[in-house]
Design a protein around this ligand. Structure first.
Ligand code: NDP
Length: 242
């Protein structure tokens, strides 16, 4: 059985990814920050479909907590190797740059970008030793084309896209693949205040996407089926930009 860590697995895209990877036969470690109820709901849905997993709360922006909680899990479970990492947890804090505060900038960079570095560094060593691994980073349309009001978020996501390509070159020889999935507008808590009726006119497929549609692509990238794909960014955006 493969072990997968999904950050931000309590809600939205992360919840759908956790449920899908469990349906694919993986044991899923569900990370979240504070919403225990929703994280337990993810686990319950996994168990209802005959899968298995556990909760592992930590703040992905906090390197000390990552060392303690994730490092502690690895120490206590040396027989279990996390072979699939989905760096999904993320926040936005939109504002025009001229009005952007230091916390506006720093919170988004640390949660969305620094987390990639801290968590991936923690897990990649075992993947290299075992000569198999899958790292999937959830980025964004904003990180590909830019978006007004999102200089912080676009910088974080664009940074992960560049790191995805670089890391893929570093670890390919060890059979570890590193890819990114770039959703457009997906129906989750993050987009609940947007007006889908108005915005869908911008989207060739004429609607927002679902978390499950993103999870299908993550599932493919986490599987053997994607064995010759690395350093890629796959858009899941209804045709809005590619
Ligand atoms: P949601 O707001 O629905 O869920 C966010 C998830 O991230 C929650 O599980 C939350 O945990 C977790 N999280 C947030 N901060 C932290 C933290 N510091 N430590 C640990 N977990 C944290 O977001 P989405 O599902 O919409 O987004 C998921 C990813 O997809 C993000 O990276 C986002 O940037 C990206 N994305 C989303 C798009 C969309 O249209 N929805 C479009 C493009 C990209 P908790 O429940 O405990 O708060």
């Amino acid at each position: 059985m493969k072990y997968a860590l999904v950050t931000g697995g309590s809600r939205g895209i992360g919840k759908a990814v956790a449920i899908k990877l469990a349906a694919d036969g993986m044991y899923v470690i569900i990370n979240y920050k504070s919403n225990k109820e929703e994280a337990q709901d993810t686990l319950q849905k996994i168990e209802e479909q005959g899968g298995a997993g556990e909760l592992l709360p930590f703040d992905v922006s906090n390197p000390t907590e990552i060392k303690q909680v994730l490092g502690g899990w690895m120490e206590n479970n040396q027989d279990k190797k996390i072979e699939v990492l989905v760096n999904n947890a993320g926040i936005n804090s939109d504002n025009l740059l001229v009005f952007m505060s230091d916390p506006n900038w720093n919170d988004v960079i640390s949660t969305n970008l620094n987390s990639f570095f801290y968590i991936t560094r923690e897990l990649i060593k075992n993947m290299l030793i075992n000569r198999w691994g899958r790292i999937i980073n959830i980025v964004s349309l904003s990180g590909q084309k830019g978006q007004p009001g999102q200089c912080n978020y676009a910088a974080a996501k664009g940074g992960i896209i560049a790191a995805t390509k670089s890391l893929a070159m570093e670890v390919g020889k060890k059979n570890v693949t590193v890819n990114a999935v770039a959703p457009g507008f997906i129906r989750t808590d993050m987009t609940k205040d947007m007006n889908e009726k108005e915005m869908k006119a911008l989207i060739p497929l004429n609607r927002f996407g679902t978390p499950e549609e993103v999870a299908e692509v993550v599932s493919f990238l986490a599987s053997e089926k994607s064995s010759y794909i690395t350093g890629e960014v796959i858009s899941v955006n209804g045709g809005i930009y590619s």
